[in-house]
Unconditional design. Sequence first.
Length: 135
Amino acid sequence: MKVMIDTNIVLDVFLKREPFFQASYEVMKRSALEQIEGFISASAATDIFYLLRRSLKDDMRAKDSMEKLLQLVGIADALGEDVHAAVASNMRDFEDALVAAIAERCQMAYIITRNVRDYEASPIKALTPEEFLAL
């Protein structure tokens, strides 16, 4: 099963954000163990690196974290058609709309996020980590 893992899930794990760490970790662990095919969007990679660098206050630690992340998940490329689909979507947040468009084109089963409400208009169902793990 292919799933899109939202930025907040990755940050929960790498920054050990409580009380979200454990469920997010379990999602990432399933990807690492190849029980699921976990992906982040290419557009999210820059956001993740920026936020890691800002939180860790260390470029090398942020790069090391990105290298670890890339061992756990695949990258779902963003294409021009995804940008057009995001602009045309009914979703309020452009970044979320882009993630949803990429997930749809790549035939992902779910988007795993803590912000399910942001994806109400998404063509791909969004689940919290807890909801996903309960499947």
